[in-house]
Write a protein that binds this ligand. Sequence first.
Ligand code: SF4
Length: 246
Amino acid sequence: MNGSAETYRPDAERLNQTTARADALSERYGALEGEALLRVMLEWQYKGRIALVSSFGAEAAILLDMVARIDPATPVIFIDSGKLFHHTLTYRDILVRRLGLTDVRTVEPVAFDIGGHDPDGELWRHNPNLCCYLRKVLPLERALGGFDAWITGRKRDHGGERGGVETIEAIDGRIRLNPLAHWSAKKIDRTFQERGLPRHPLMAEGYASIGCAPCTAPVSPDAGGRDGRWQGHAKSECGIHHARWS
Ligand code: SF4
């Protein structure tokens, strides 16, 4: 795919080293999850070299709260694709204030990419993969420059290709942590209540997984967590979690 200039390309040595590192970390910390795993990584193993990537979506508040309790100055990367619900931007601001996060980095697509490929803003209709690549994948790749590890909120319970997510992985020459990989929807709900965290306002309108406005729909209560995303397309992921280099 085309786009503005690539910013990062790990060589084979870095890819191999990261895979070995993920194996070693998994052997040592594979029994940890949630805040315990985050504490080890944020305070010790990757101190100053790790970022949380957050959508400020339906379940995001839990990881944000955990990170804030450990170190509110942890970098948090938020991708504003330019197509988000205004509710998400408001929710981001509410959570940032409430949790005391001090280094939330909102990253956006490059104007050159959008002007060249999506001048009318309708690319999502006929080529959502390219739209996600320009509006999400490339901005995140640029934002992760300088970090050796990142944290996501992916869970096995989301289904689809997330069914086999591990808590510690290697991807594209970096360590990726999924501290809630084994958490169920019930445990997520319980934790929201226990911690008194506010829910994303669109959840009250039937949205279960919340991404860009044109590509997210409300779902019935018995639907899968990501069933409301990219309806009508054979697509369930935006691509930021797919390996690009091997
Ligand atoms: S989710 Fe939809 S609007 Fe957002 S970047 Fe992907 S295709 Fe574009």
